[in-house]
Design a protein around this ligand. Structure first.
Ligand code: ADP
Ligand code: MG
Ligand code: MG
Length: 213
């Protein structure tokens, strides 16, 4: 069972890589409107490094938590940029909730996602409405936690949570940025969503589709 779970983590990392590869140009394009245009490339570097590190750990026989923790370190080491550090924080927290043996409880994984969100806001100091990936991550976390508390199974809860992250990411188009590089370009970004929020929602959606297979 722990081996199967490590394989699931690798499959999740493969799905993240495929999603970012597919959207790399669009993420760069929207980051160029108010930022420096490197969000697609940064996410691509980070996710590919995460997959390589996760695969190496899985091949060495590591459990799911260690596979994801190694992937998180690979991501933050190689991505560069603000989002790379934040994805390292998110995945490290989720990794801790998985553990290396047995099957984690849905509520424990939801708590891991919540711990990741808290790590992101502690590290980056962004609040809801600042036009960052926090605008997608907090709805994801809150919906996931509420649905699991209400008795949904993990997959159903994750899919509803990913949908709320997508809605929230798209809604960042209306906001003025207050954090990160986008801050210095202010008005340029109104009408365009935050790239980090969009990539987070794309990843959450694709992971939901993978887990449903
Ligand atoms: P960089 O801004 O260093 O070039 P990226 O382009 O990869 O890095 O990532 C930009 C994204 O990072 C933004 O779209 C935003 O979602 C996210 N971001 C930037 N600063 C913060 C912050 N303080 N807290 C949370 N997310 C942030
Ligand atoms: Mg950038
Ligand atoms: Mg940059």
């Amino acid at each position: 069972e722990s081996v199967a779970l490590a394989e699931t983590v690798v499959a999740v990392l493969e799905t993240i890589v495929a999603t970012i590869d597919e959207n790399v140009d669009e993420l760069g394009r929207i980051d160029a409107i108010a930022g420096d245009g490197d969000h697609g490339i940064g996410m691509q570097r980070g996710s590919h490094a995460a997959l390589a590190a996760g695969r190496a750990a899985a091949q060495a026989g590591a459990g799911a938590g260690t596979v994801l923790a190694q992937a998180a370190d690979g991501w933050s080491d190689k991505a560069g940029g603000t989002s790379g550090a934040l994805w390292g924080v998110i995945l490290t927290a989720i990794a801790a909730s998985l553990g290396d043996t047995g099957r984690p409880e849905a509520a424990a994984v939801a708590a891991g996602v919540a711990a990741g969100a808290k790590g992101v806001t502690d590290y980056g100091k962004a609040e809801i409405g600042d036009k960052t990936l926090v605008d997608a991550l907090l709805p994801l976390t809150e919906t996931l936690t509420a649905r699991i508390a209400a008795g949904d199974d993990f997959l159903d809860a994750w899919q509803v949570a990913a949908a709320s992250a997508t809605t929230a990411a798209e809604a960042t188009a209306d906001l003025l940025p207050r954090m990160g590089r986008a801050r210095t370009h202010g008005m340029n970004s109104v009408g365009t969503p935050d790239p980090g929020a969009i990539s987070l929602a794309l990843i959450a959606t694709s992971v939901g589709a993978l887990l449903a297979d």
